[in-house]
Design a protein around this ligand. Structure first.
Ligand SMILES: [Zn+2]
Length: 96
């Protein structure tokens, strides 16, 4: 079983970037669907780094370096939040 390490590190910094983005744009939707859309946009902009299961722990310490650095991951996520924030794929639910 292969794991895309980029996905692991994107998930790792997702919430901290979300908190910052919500300060800029309080209307930002953080439902599961939008989260996955943002993550997909970010992952498509970052190089994948596949590791075989079991090797994950070895790569943990170097994870950000493995995928081009933390700044690059944050930039890709910010781009995702911007795109999804501008055109979420669902109507805003007034009850949520
Ligand atoms: Zn949403």
């Amino acid at each position: 079983m292969l794991r895309n390490y980029t996905e692991v590190v994107v998930a790792e910094v997702f919430d901290s970037v979300l908190r910052e983005e919500i300060k800029q744009n309080p209307d930002l939707c953080d439902c599961q669907r939008c989260r996955e859309d943002v993550m997909a946009v970010a992952l498509n902009r970052l190089p994948p780094r596949y590791v075989a299961r079991g090797l994950g722990e070895v790569y943990t310490k170097a994870s950000f370096d493995q995928v081009g650095g933390k700044a690059q991951i944050i930039a890709a996520l910010m781009h995702g939040f911007k795109l999804v924030g501008q055109s979420p794929r669902h109507k805003k639910d007034p009850t949520s």
